[in-house]
Design a protein around this ligand. Structure first.
Ligand code: C2E
Ligand code: CA
Ligand code: CA
Length: 681
């Protein structure tokens, strides 16, 4: 048996109030610490006191009827009441246990229910709040127990197209989820029972709509249930796809833009790579858009772009209907890129021909009609590249070729272009420091009398000594330097260097030296060209008569006041003018006379055909006759054989230049050649 003392100590420790009263005297026989505390007593102090003293008169009066009833009936009785414990308001549940009928003792067991009651109140408030929320929410809400719908709010009814909750209550939640989504939904819920995820809901008429489901475990209507909040994502999705569209499309034409093009090419490459299917990338550049912009303004240019984009898109649609996968993007400015998957090269050519017909019909802008054409470059996957960058770069290079071939044409990319482009880049880089590093030198090729005995002039021809032992010929780097606008200072250096030689040659015994210098078009057109040239002569105290300038027919084509002025000033200074490569351009001889041209250099292409070609002979003969009639000198270029020399002599040509007489020579070698000639007398 547990000793009484221990039992009493234990009873003091339990979180329950315990007491025992004498039923007759109503005095306290026992109170544990918690109970005694109700009256602010210790257990010992409580003994012998009345209930009035311990719980207060007022409380005792309130519980009196209950107490009486318990004593009479001899059965336990429970009630709840508020009580003040140590000044704090508590809620206690009291059970009265009479010792028998009639009872001599009354046991009291009381528990502090304050926390419990607060939780219960909160829970009831929550339920109220939830009910209100469910009714008032704009979000759709449903409850279900084990997958069977138990409640649903009006917004969800409306969202799914039902009228009465009874159409949904009792049905399975899965009835309202798009069937293809069910596996996904199960996966999501298995991973996290309380979560949010996007899926599809099915409306009454079977339409699937994008929604976001949020699921929670909740007590509802007194039971643990699952709550589902359903948010309509239709607008969000529409906004999202609008943003996605804007990011991937050109604002003016609504065509896919460059970013999307890149993506598309990657997709094509991935797909075509797997299936070993080639495809073509067409780079289209409009030929006349700049003219439209310049003459009618950018708004009109935009109209042309929109109209052409429409035509090109229609073309692609038509291709797609016939099974040729064609796709179009705006690359920017007046450039479009089309990709198409065609079976054979022949089919591709057919497609391109049809594509070009688009540009046959004029495009209307306001009241005016324009025929806008396109230059088209084509690169093929995988032959011409297997990355978007490479394919675009090569299609672009081919397009440039089409442009320079006279516009309104198509060119296929080939490796030669790629090598040419690489080389051009390399040369461009190396050109920068070449002049400062003294990498250029001049070679000199004489022009002599038809019998080869007399020296009449010498032509300066530039060479690029690249330091790595390679000697670069002018045709290899001048066009690049010209296009980069890097040639003007080099051209100045040529004139200076050639003039430096003049005094030197005179010292060697060549009494009236004449040096011919080739000009580039940029150089000739530079505003200070004549000034600096005349200054170069003055600096060396040389007469203009020691210098001849070689220009091409093309360079004289656009006649204007500035050109006339330049030519007059040069002529006044005694500088003579020669037309290089004569016969390959289109100028009329009489016009050249008015431009004060002194010399025609008959192009090598005619000389090469001599003496066999009758037509070349006829041309050379005509040039020589007409030139002499206009007191111009002719020089036959590229004379390599004795037959050519004899033939040219017969045609009346008095001055010749070519390997037969001398190759272009470095300065020192030319000096020796000159000395030998002079020695022969
Ligand atoms: P070009 O003015 O028509 O020069 C004649 C070219 O024919 C030179 O080539 C010369 O070496 C070559 N040649 C001379 N005789 C014969 C021959 O008998 N047979 C053959 N097959 N060829 C012959 P090069 O030196 O390579 O110069 C090529 C072109 O580069 C020149 O054609 C000229 O247009 C340009 N050029 C050369 N130097 C300069 C320069 O300092 N400034 C500018 N702007 N252009 C230059
Ligand atoms: Ca020349
Ligand atoms: Ca020439």
């Amino acid at each position: 048996m547990l000793p009484l003392e221990d039992l009493l100590r234990l009873m003091d420790e339990v979180p329950v109030m315990l007491a025992c009263y004498d039923a007759v005297t109503q005095r306290c026989l026992y109170a544990n610490r918690a109970y005694a505390a109700l009256g602010g007593f210790t257990p010992t102090e409580a003994i012998g006191r009345t209930a009035d003293e311990i719980v207060g008169v007022e409380v005792n009066a309130r519980i009196r009827p209950d107490l009486e009833r318990a004593l009479v009936e001899g059965r336990p009785l429970t009630y709840a009441r508020s009580a003040s414990v140590n000044g704090a308001e508590r809620w206690i549940e009291v059970t009265l246990v009479p010792s028998g009928v009639p009872a001599s003792l009354m046991f009291i067991v009381a528990t502090d229910m304050t926390a419990h009651r607060a939780a219960e109140m909160a829970s009831r408030q929550n339920a109220d709040r939830l009910a209100k929320f469910m009714a008032a929410s704009v979000e759709g809400i449903a409850f279900h127990k084990d997958g069977v719908v138990t409640d649903i709010n009006p917004p969800l009814l409306r969202l799914l197209g039902y009228e009465s909750p009874h159409e949904m209550i009792g049905r399975l939640t899965t009835d309202f989820v798009e069937p293809t989504e069910l596996a996904h939904v199960r996966r999501v819920l298995a991973a996290a029972p309380e979560t949010s995820y996007e899926s599809l809901a099915v409306q009454r008429d079977g339409t699937a709509i994008p929604v976001e489901y949020t699921v929670r475990n909740m007590e509802w209507a007194g039971r643990q249930q699952r709550m589902i909040i359903v948010r309509d994502l239709r607008e969000t999705h529409a906004a999202r796809s609008r943003i996605r569209f804007l990011a991937a499309h050109d604002a003016l034409t609504s065509l896919p833009n460059r970013a999307r093009l890149d993506e598309h090419l990657n997709e094509m490459i991935a797909l075509s790579g797997e299936q070993q299917q080639p495809f073509a990338v067409l780079f289209l550049d409009l030929d006349q858009l700049k003219r439209v912009n310049d003459s009618l303004g950018h708004a009109s240019g935009d109209e042309v772009l929109i109209a052409l984009a429409g035509k090109l898109r229609a073309f692609c649609d038509e291709c797609n209907q016939h099974g040729t996968h064609a796709w179009l993007a705006r690359h920017g400015g007046d450039e479009f890129v089309m990709t198409c998957r065609t079976g054979t090269r022949l089919e591709l050519i057919g497609l391109i021909e049809r594509l070009r017909h688009i540009f046959d019909t004029p495009t209307r802008v306001g009241t005016r009609q324009f025929r806008v054409t396109a230059s088209i470059g084509v690169a093929l996957f995988p032959d011409d590249g297997d990355t978007p960058t490479q394919l675009l770069k090569n299609a672009d290079a081919a397009m440039y070729l089409a442009k320079s071939a006279g516009r309104d044409t198509v060119r296929f990319f080939d490796q030669a272009i790629a090598r040419e482009a690489d080389r051009a880049l390399m040369i461009e880089e190396a050109l920068g420091p070449a002049l400062v590093n003294g990498e250029f030198e001049l070679h000199y090729q004489p022009a002599v009398s038809a019998d080869g005995m007399r020296l009449l002039s010498v032509e300066a021809l530039i060479r690029w000594n690249r330091g790595d032992g390679g000697l670069w010929m002018p045709d290899e780097f001048i066009p690049i330097a010209e296009s980069m606008h890097q040639f003007v200072p080099i051209g100045g250096w040529v004139i200076d260097t050639a003039l430096d030689q003049v005094a030197h040659w005179r010292a060697l015994g060549w009494l009236e030296p004449l040096v011919a210098v080739n000009l580039s078009s940029n150089q000739f057109r530079a505003p200070d060209f004549v000034d600096s040239l005349l200054a170069a002569l003055t600096r060396r105290n040389l007469p203009g008569t020691c210098l001849q300038l070689e220009v091409t027919e093309r360079m004289l084509m656009h006649e204007d006041a500035a050109l006339q002025d330049a030519l007059t000033r040069l002529r006044t200074a005694g500088v003579s003018l020669a037309i290089d490569d004569f016969g390959t351009g289109f100028s009329s001889l009489s016009r050249l006379r008015t431009l004060a041209v002194d010399t025609l250099k008959i192009d090598q292409s005619f000389v090469r055909e001599l003496p066999a070609s009758a037509s070349s002979s006829a041309i050379v003969n005509t040039i020589v006759d007409l030139a002499h009639g206009l007191s111009m000198t002719t020089i036959a270029e590229g004379v390599e054989t004795l037959e050519q020399q004899r033939c040219l002599q017969g045609l009346g040509c008095r001055v010749m230049q070519g390997f037969l007489f001398a190759k272009p020579m470095p300065a020192a070698q030319f000096d020796r050649w000159l000395q030998q000639l002079l020695a022969r007398g």
